[in-house]
Design a protein around this ligand. Structure first.
Ligand code: BMA
Length: 374
């Protein structure tokens, strides 16, 4: 029996609760929400057992568009560049709700929110896991997330901006409330205000003080969880790659406000440095997560255009193998000059098939105990 099969028997057993033997491996977490929905608890447990077996493969906007195609209406079948190559779908589906705060019908990358909701429901129905980031506009200037005009202090202290931001959070909540399957809210991994140790977003260093970042995070959680009674969210804290002067916990909102520790690291055509960062940063995140009984994940990555034909199996896999991450999310396939997954005919196509067949990569079928291939 393959070790993978063994793990999934353990996973299935734990899910069925038919034996207590393996459940010992799962210590009940203290979630941010002390009244999580049943499916949210289940998702947390699933992520835990997945991270024992390997890591789920995720893709941002996987089913919204790809190279040379764009989803326009509620589709019957999911389409995905990953599927076109691997004959299996990603296990994790990243979406971004930037734009929802303005009441816009489209997100910042032109995905209609109505369609996004359908795609989330469809992915969930097929066993996929949903994660949401939020590239929110700057509430002071109305410009995009990359407008670095300081805004957090104003959100917290300045009447007019505070009121506006409350409305924005209410719009986020209103949208999240509609993401339901069979009458129940779908569990969602929510990852706001990411890469805050970088300087490119208005919520990032040095445009925000540590104290204000933490206040903004707590305020957001409190509004979504307590005012809007959203009990289907797992909150993920996600700094960017740690430069020597960075401290992972600098902006950490606290164990009571974070469910999953994440990190975003990209390969900017420096695969050696990239691998070193992954190995070092993930080891640190692993330690910090273990001390707190928290899960951890590689919340964004990729090598734009993937010019290295063996990148997946040669660079990435050895670096994340046995790391204990629950998932790895590759960024979006927008166009030929900006994509992070291969597509049919791409130079990394064959390598991606080999990547799929490696023991620890979990695609959609692999996380379904009924269909599991490996
Ligand atoms: C960035 C780029 C942008 C995009 C943003 C939010 O990394 O892909 O083009 O608007 O993410 O998805």
């Amino acid at each position: 029996m393959k070790i993978r099969t063994l793990y999934f028997l353990i996973f299935a057993a734990a899910c069925c609760s038919c034996t207590s033997l393996y459940r010992d491996n799962y210590t009940k977490p203290n979630l941010v929400d002390d009244r999580p929905t049943r499916s949210t608890k289940k998702l947390h447990r699933q992520l835990h057992f997945m991270s024992d077996a390997g890591f789920a493969i995720g893709h941002q906007d996987a089913t919204s568009y790809g190279i040379g195609w764009k989803q326009t209406e509620k589709p019957k079948l999911m389409r995905s560049d990953v599927y076109d190559i691997a004959e299996d779908y990603p296990a994790v589906y990243g979406f971004d709700i930037g734009g929802i705060e303005n009441g816009s019908p489209l997100n910042l990358d032109s995905v209609p929110f109505d369609m996004m909701r359908d795609l989330m429901i469809q992915a969930h129905k097929h066993g996929g896991i949903i994660t949401i980031s939020w590239h929110a506009d700057n509430p002071v200037t109305g410009d995009d997330s990359w407008d670095q005009t300081p805004a957090v202090a104003d959100i917290l202290n300045k009447g007019e901006v505070s009121e506006k931001f409350d409305l924005w959070l209410d719009r986020v909540a209103a949208f999240l409330k509609t993401i339901k399957y069979q009458g129940k809210r779908i569990p969602i991994i929510f990852r706001p205000y990411h890469e805050m140790n970088g300087s490119w977003f208005w919520w990032g260093d040095p445009h925000v003080s540590t104290e204000d970042y933490v206040k903004l995070w707590k305020y957001t959680v409190t509004r979504l969880r307590d005012k809007h009674r959203l009990h289907n969210l797992l909150y993920t804290y996600s700094p960017n790659k740690l430069n020597p002067e960075d401290y992972y916990m600098k902006f950490y909102p606290g164990d009571d406000y974070v469910d999953i520790l994440g990190i975003d690291i990209y390969d900017f055509n420096d695969s050696t440095g990239y691998v070193t960062s992954i190995v070092n940063d993930l080891a640190l995140v692993k330690q910090l997560a273990a001390n707190r009984n928290k899960l951890y994940a590689f919340t964004e990555t990729g090598f734009e255009k993937i010019p290295d034909a063996l990148w997946f199996t040669n660079r990435l896999y050895p670096a994340i193998k046995d790391s204990g991450i629950a998932w790895v999310l590759f960024w979006r396939n927008y166009r030929k000059s900006h994509h992070y997954m291969p597509y049919k005919g791409h130079v990394a196509e064959q390598d991606f098939i080999r990547f799929r067949d490696l023991p620890q990569t979990l695609f959609l079928k692999d996380i379904d105990p009924k269909k599991q291939r490996k």
